[in-house]
Design a protein around this ligand. Structure first.
Ligand SMILES: Nc1ncnc2c1ncn2[C@@H]1O[C@H](COP(=O)(O)OP(=O)(O)OP(=O)(O)O)[C@@H](O)[C@H]1O
Length: 282
């Protein structure tokens, strides 16, 4: 659905991407992870058509996002990390914005607001940050665009709202949609994403499906104090030594994937993790 080839982009004083190659397919929810300043938001903005690459191409279902054609913009929505909502009622906001999205479903929108327990009578500028964010997320989901980009969507949401977020997002994920979520809150995405993409210094360091991770890696806890043999990564935990190993038999992995540990493992021991997937270091 999204094919990024040899992408190059830089701000005036900061080169962010050089020869970046990446693909996002329909029917998947991608977790986009990476250190602060590594280029996650920049990538989402470029896919949205808000920034213009100076090299390479972004092909988004046959569109160049930078052309900002209405036919593309009506099929993509981005929930930005920082956003502004006008001082109008929710009703007015919907009346002014929904018509840009042909698949907008107003019943869905009100259902999400109800699910998120957003006070419906307040004007948007009189809402807390978390409440505004819930309105924006509800609007984004109700747009039913083919591509949904979300930058730190769970920032500012309380604990209950985070689990409501997972529930509603799982409900809109269909075979024809692609959802890309940039986040540092990896635990918020556990059991939601089906692909993990890790960027570092403007390059893709890791891009694998949860299914492949499950197949290739073993996540476990050893009650010995010593680092388990053949561990690709290990760390002390409350219950023992948590580790990641290459799965002994392909397709025979045990243990629940710990995304936070996987992220740290890729940062610390990228070569070994890539080799476990039979891939050259990127
Ligand atoms: N408007 C801008 N002008 C100049 N440089 C920018 C601008 N926005 C971002 N940058 C720089 O580009 C690089 C990538 O920034 P970006 O916001 O994409 O990172 P990020 O991975 O989203 O970071 P974070 O996790 O902190 O949100 C950083 O070095 C940042 O300083």
């Amino acid at each position: 659905m999204i094919k990024i080839k040899s992408l190059g982009f830089g701000y005036k004083r900061k080169r962010v991407f050089e020869n970046l190659n990446l693909e996002f397919g329909a029917g998947h929810i991608y977790g986009l992870l990476g250190k602060n300043g590594t280029g996650k938001s920049t990538l989402l903005r470029a896919i949205m058509g808000l920034l213009f690459p100076d090299q390479g191409v972004i092909d988004a279902f046959g569109n160049n996002p930078g052309n900002r054609r209405p036919a593309y913009l009506q099929e993509v929505f981005m929930v930005a990390e920082e956003f502004h909502l006008p001082g109008v009622s929710i009703n007015m906001f919907v009346r002014c914005n929904a018509s840009f999205y042909p698949n907008f479903n107003v019943t869905q929108f009100w259902d999400y607001l109800k699910e998120f327990e957003v006070p419906m009578d307040n004007k948007l500028d009189q809402m807390s940050y978390g409440q505004k964010k819930k309105v924006l997320i509800s609007f984004a989901l109700a747009c039913n665009t083919r591509l949904l980009l979300m930058d730190e969507p769970t920032n500012g949401l309380d604990i209950i709202s985070k689990s409501q977020f997972r529930k509603v997002l799982a409900g809109v994920a269909t075979e024809d949609k692609c959802i890309v979520i940039s986040t540092h809150q990896v635990r918020d995405l556990e059991s939601l994403i089906d692909y993990v993409t890790i960027l570092d210094e403007g390059q893709v360091r890791f891009h694998h499906s949860i299914e492949d991770i499950q197949q290739e890696l073993e996540f476990g806890i050893s009650f010995e104090r010593a680092v388990p043999q053949d561990a690709l990564y290990s760390e002390h935990s409350l219950t023992g030594m948590a580790y990641i190993k290459k799965a002994a038999t392909e397709g025979n992995s045990t243990g629940k994937i710990d995304l936070e540990m996987l992220y740290k493992a890729v940062n610390q021991n990228e070569k070994a993790i890539c080799e476990a997937f039979g891939a050259e270091i990127l």
